[in-house]
Design a binder for this molecule. Structure first.
Ligand SMILES: Cc1ncc(COP(=O)(O)O)c(C=O)c1O
Length: 487
């Protein structure tokens, strides 16, 4: 597991003087010293009408959360080391290109591959049997309704549509659940699950400043990046077994037991990304016990409700964790189960031990939203609320969700069978036991490379992650033959 004895791993920036050095390469002067950096600092027009970048004046830092920062600099263009910065030169010219996103880079390579039989298993979206990411019929129906009925595009409240939070809680816990009826849970509509995670990260950094966020190893690649971007410290707990295809539950529990009380533990509610490996209900119970006994703050990322076994079965872990802990954070997403990827709709739910504490937590989360994107977009959330509130549309949604889930699970079984025939010496039966869109295939980086270069099959290098929803009746034979060839 990650090392708790080393609270400031190399490269971690939190709390250091000048910790907000941006990527202004070759320039050690902090670009921004606090959120009060002056907005007018870049406005001086340059010769020829171009605007010249001038460094924001470092503000005097005097709030409690940043009081460890060193005394303010006397001169705008002097770094703490006394080095001069090219304050009159263009800023963008000094930037090196940031590394591309690994998975989106693969997609780009896939698009440019001229092979007509290419197969893309690297993407993070559901595909139907024809390889398309469909718009659900219930979504289309809701949109038609909205076009007729919507009479304003005015701003939403900071926490979103009024009924959205309630409907989300009901979906997560059930309308009669104590967490919903007691008022101990508050929810904000967010731009996707990513938005929920980022608001949670900002909230934690501000209100629980010493805490470390513990992620499973491995986890969704964006998890550590989101929390680090908010200046949270991130560490990992053990999750996967040595073969890379199953849960090492003992190692996981032992990792969790060593986490410092009060730290945050990020758990995938179901359909673990990238492995597809979820704890059993009994294991969830034990995880809940450790979380409670160690006074950890659980943050459940719940991006795939309904993609595993069913809407109801997929909440077992969530209920176990939130039922045992007196406080919890849930980041949920409607990108996958409603196919609303581009509409950016998700939710942040905060669970407290009593309603007044939940209301206070909500007020702070709203400050994080207000200073980030101000308020969320309407359309996706209006679709979700319309569908969830209407019994007919809701039934239609559940049915369409079941079609997506069943297709993924049937492709899992067909893949296992296909590999049994194509490569009888290799056992891929673990793929059928995994859940959700993703699986760790166990393929090595070398094999992944060969799959791409020899067979135009695109798989994520780390763990050989495949998107099972990218497998279709049409490409499965070719896929199994290609994998058998590189084994
Ligand atoms: C585990 C996990 N959490 C959160 C998200 C974020 O989803 P969204 O697209 O709603 O931001 C994803 C998306 O791939 C995910 O896999």
């Amino acid at each position: 597991m990650g090392c708790h004895q080393n609270p400031s791993p190399a490269g971690h920036k939190r709390g250091l003087p000048g910790s907000e050095y941006a990527s202004y390469d070759n320039c050690p002067t902090p670009l921004v010293r606090s959120s009060t950096a002056r907005a007018d600092a870049t406005d001086a027009p340059e010769r020829g009408g171009r605007r010249r970048h001038r460094q924001p004046v470092p503000a005097v830092v005097n709030n409690a959360e940043t009081s460890s920062i060193a005394a303010p600099l006397n001169s705008v263009d002097l770094a703490p080391t006394g080095q001069h910065c090219p304050r009159n030169s263009l800023m963008f010219e000094h930037l090196d290109t940031a590394p591309p996103d690994a998975i989106l880079g693969l997609n780009e390579a896939f698009r440019n591959d001229p092979n007509p039989d290419k197969i893309n298993l690297s993407v993070g979206v559901y595909k139907d049997a024809t390889g398309k990411t469909p718009v659900l019929d219930c979504v289309k129906a809701a949109e038609r309704r909205l076009i007729e009925e919507e009479d304003t595009k005015g701003y939403l409240a900071i926490d979103g549509l009024p009924q959205f939070g309630q409907l989300t809680q009901q979906l997560l816990f059930g309308a009669e659940h104590e967490l919903v009826t007691s008022g101990r849970t508050v929810s904000l509509q967010t731009p996707g699950g990513t938005g929920a995670l980022r608001v949670a990260a900002d909230f934690l950094r501000k209100k629980l400043p010493g805490a470390t966020v513990w992620c499973s190893k491995p986890t969704w690649v964006n998890h550590p990046k989101i929390f680090e971007a908010a200046d949270c410290q991130v560490e990992t707990y053990d999750y996967i077994d040595a073969a890379g295809v199953g849960l090492d539950f003992e190692a996981m529990l032992s990792s969790l037991q060593q986490i410092r009380a009060g730290d945050v533990v990020l758990l995938h509610g179901c359909c673990h990304n990238p492995t597809g490996i979820d704890p059993t209900p009994e294991q969830w119970k034990k995880i809940g016990e450790v979380v409670r006994e160690r006074s950890l703050l659980p943050l459940v990322d719940f991006a795939y409700q309904g993609f595993g076994e069913s809407l109801d079965a997929d909440v077992r872990g969530l209920h176990e964790i939130c039922g045992q802990a007196s406080e919890a954070i849930v980041c949920s997403s409607y990108s996958k189960n409603f196919g609303l990827y581009s509409e950016r709709v998700g939710a942040l739910s905060l669970i407290a031990d009593e309603p007044a504490a939940a209301a206070a937590a909500l007020s702070h989360a709203k400050v994080c939203v207000r200073t980030n994107y101000s308020n969320p977009p309407q359309h996706g959330a209006a679709i979700v609320a319309t569908v969830l509130a209407d019994p007919e549309l809701r039934a239609q949604w559940e049915q369409e969700l079941a079609v997506m889930r069943d297709r993924i699970n049937s492709m899992r079984n067909r893949f296992v069978e296909g590999m049994r025939i194509a490569s009888p010496d290799h056992d891929f039966s673990f793929i059928a036991a995994q859940r959700g869109m993703f699986s760790f295939s166990g393929l090595s980086p070398l094999q992944v490379d060969e799959l791409r270069t020899k067979h135009s099959v695109y798989v994520v290098t780390a763990g050989g992650r495949i998107n099972v929803a990218g497998i279709t009746p049409e490409n499965i034979d070719r896929l199994c033959a290609a994998i058998a060839d590189v084994l």
